[in-house]
Design a protein around this ligand. Structure first.
Ligand code: SF4
Length: 360
């Protein structure tokens, strides 16, 4: 426990806050592009420790939140097919589609199972050869290598009943799109888990093209406060760059083996992000070589309904950092974690749930 305590040490956090206050001379908005960071920032009340000049805004880093409603609709349609088992991480089953959720389909008799790892889905496929097992592959560079490993393993075992419905995404196009759209951002608190896989190279364009710094951060209060300090130093000295604060987990080159497997199975393709629309090459599509494992190419999706976003939900603007959860008139009244209207309240990494739990 001592290890964690050190990263939550009050005196260290206060000292970092004092240093930030000392050197910060101009108003800045720093965006954390990771839902895990949003949760920690709200849980530990970090905004209250920062000077008025520094505002933290949350971005499009919650994988469940940015996943499109049409993706859920298609997953629902898959679940209604005979002999299909849907396997998914927990949060996704409660995300509303246009007319249903996977949770409702499960209650109505569909075989929808929550798994803790894609390898659990693979196990179900081995054990149930008469069924088609579909794994809902969502998430960024953090989870995509695991999905790739499962597909490679299924290929080795010549499984014919394991499929992935991929909505995996990569982070840099979204970070660039926000700046292109004119969202006011003065620096990025870079995602820690994504960067353990990718390393720092994927962010190098941000200082070069846009003149903004990126500091890859850990998840504890001292990590985040130190990352803020590093960004403020960059801004105040006019030297934007990519730095790693989370050195105990992130190597500059990332995890080469994981990247290699990801590139073997996936290729870049255009993808849709809630709030940002279609971004070029922001998605990871299953390569034709592994098409036999691609759910979209092998499973029917009858009964798809037209796409409709929930009325009044402003998740899109929240994911772009231009509105905060409390700006939504449904927040904490009509929309709660128990009865969520939008994906930002469903997900354990969603900004609306973070504010609901820690900053109402
Ligand atoms: S509070 Fe609910 S309805 Fe409002 S933006 Fe968040 S998820 Fe959407």
């Amino acid at each position: 426990m001592r290890y964690i305590d050190e990263f939550r040490d009050r005196d260290t956090v206060r000292a970092l806050a004092a240093e930030i206050k000392k050197i910060s001379t101009r108003p800045v908005k720093l965006m954390e592009v990771c839902g895990g960071h949003t949760m920690s920032i709200q849980k530990f009340g970090l905004p209250a420790l920062l000077p008025d000049t520094v505002e933290l805004i949350s971005g499009p880093g919650c994988p469940v939140c940015v996943t499109s409603r049409s993706y859920i609709d298609k997953a629902v349609a898959f679940s209604q097919q005979k002999d299909v088992i849907i396997t998914t991480y927990g949060d996704l089953i409660r995300v509303p589609g246009s007319e249903s959720t996977l949770e409702k389909e499960h209650a109505a008799g569909a075989d929808v199972r929550v798994v803790y790892s894609v390898l659990d889905a693979l196990k179900i496929a081995r054990e149930q050869p008469a069924k088609k097992v579909v794994f809902l592959g969502i998430g960024f560079e953090t989870t995509a290598p695991g999905t790739a490993v499962a597909i490679l393993q299924a290929a080795r075992e010549k499984l014919t009943n394991f499929f992935v419905y991929s909505a995996h995404k990569v982070m840099p196009p979204a970070m660039a799109a926000l700046i292109d759209e004119g969202v006011q951002i003065n620096g990025y608190i870079g995602p820690g888990h994504v960067s353990t896989i990718t390393g720092k190279g994927i962010y190098e364009d941000i200082p070069k093209k846009f003149g903004l710094g990126v500091v890859i951060s850990g998840f504890e209060p001292t990590d985040l406060m130190q990352s803020v300090l590093m960004l403020i130093r960059q801004i105040e000295t006019g030297k934007p760059q990519v730095e790693i604060q989370y050195k105990r987990a992130v190597r500059p080159e990332g995890n080469r083996k994981a990247k290699q497997m990801m590139n073997e199975v996936f290729e870049p393709g255009d993808d849709w992000w809630r709030g940002l629309g279609v971004l070029k090459d922001s998605g990871l599509k299953i390569r034709p070589k592994y098409a036999a494992f691609d759910a979209e190419k092998n499973i029917r999706a009858d009964g798809m309904v037209p796409l409709r976003e929930p009325k009044g939900c402003i998740c899109g603007d929240i994911l772009k950092g231009i509105k905060k959860p409390k700006d939504c008139r449904l927040f904490a009244t009509v929309c709660t974690p128990r009865d969520p209207v939008g994906s930002c309240m469903v997900s354990g990494e969603g900004a609306c749930q973070a504010y609901y739990l820690y900053n109402r």
